[in-house]
Unconditional design. Structure first.
Length: 257
């Protein structure tokens, strides 16, 4: 896996009352985002509404290497009561003394299986396909895809928890062909005040075949929700194994309208 997926589980479901939004609309679900952690939200965007989740900037430091990303956008639209479609548009990336340009685009479909509007547990399924729309030095050059299964639950004491399993079919970096990559994550978060919250998360990623690697990350960050449908976030991803990228600070914003 060439990057750590971003996502924010819906910590807003906890009794801490972290309600995300931008101009409250009666009957509309609280803002639930797939960023800034790797654990995706199992909630879908309300039918007929748009949601934009933007990673404004990130910087990755790995040994003596550096890379930077700007303006990666996840554009969502609710097509049904329990279904939304998502376009993850190419991020502009720059690697020191290396390639730069736009990456590959993803098309994702998220379908909530239960808990979208009530209940203490929530489950969804999210298949996706990635097409090679990026520059030669940034793009994989191959069609890739996978399936994500996110789960969230309310806990006691104002805590919310999220879990995810993911299986990807990823293009080989050496030679031709594809191999499987597996991701598992667990996240926990709660509100600090009525408008701020935090999360912590552990993520493991394992490849198979001749390009097998083992990555592990500890992720943490803060969210700030000045309006009901508007969220800002900032945090850091810290690599825990030799195959992991060392450290990635990031900042982003999400809005539903």
């Amino acid at each position: 896996m060439k990057f750590l997926r971003k996502g924010m589980m819906v910590l807003a479901v906890s009794s801490a009352g972290m309600q995300f939004g931008f101009g409250e609309v009666e009957g509309l679900r609280p803002l639930s985002t797939d960023r800034p952690d790797a654990t995706e939200s199992p909630y879908t965007v309300d039918r007929g509404y748009f949601q934009v989740e933007l990673e404004m900037a990130s910087a990755t430091f790995d040994g003596s290497g550096e890379s930077y990303g700007f303006l990666e956008a996840n554009l969502k639209y609710g097509v049904g009561t329990d279904t939304d479609i998502q376009f993850v548009l190419p991020v502009f990336g720059h690697t020191a003394d290396g390639p730069e340009g736009f990456g590959d685009m993803q098309l994702r479909l998220k379908h909530n299986l239960w808990g979208n509007d009530e209940g203490d547990t929530v489950l969804a399924i999210m298949p996706f396909v990635q097409v090679p729309t990026g520059n030669g030095g940034v793009s994989s050059g191959e069609v890739e895809g996978g399936i994500i299964v996110p789960f969230a639950m309310e806990g006691s004491g104002g805590w919310g928890y999220g879990f995810q399993v993911e299986v990807d079919l990823v293009a080989d970096e050496i030679g031709s062909g594809h191999h499987f990559s597996f991701l598992a994550s667990a996240a926990a978060g709660r509100g600090i005040t009525e408008t701020t919250g935090f999360f912590v998360e552990i993520v493991g990623i394992a490849g198979e075949g001749g390009e097998a690697t083992t990555e592990a990350y500890f992720n943490t960050g803060l969210t700030w929700t000045p309006e009901d449908l508007l969220q800002f976030d900032a945090g850091v991803r810290v690599g825990l194994t030799d195959d992991s990228e060392d450290i990635t600070p990031f900042a982003g914003v999400s809005v539903k309208f």
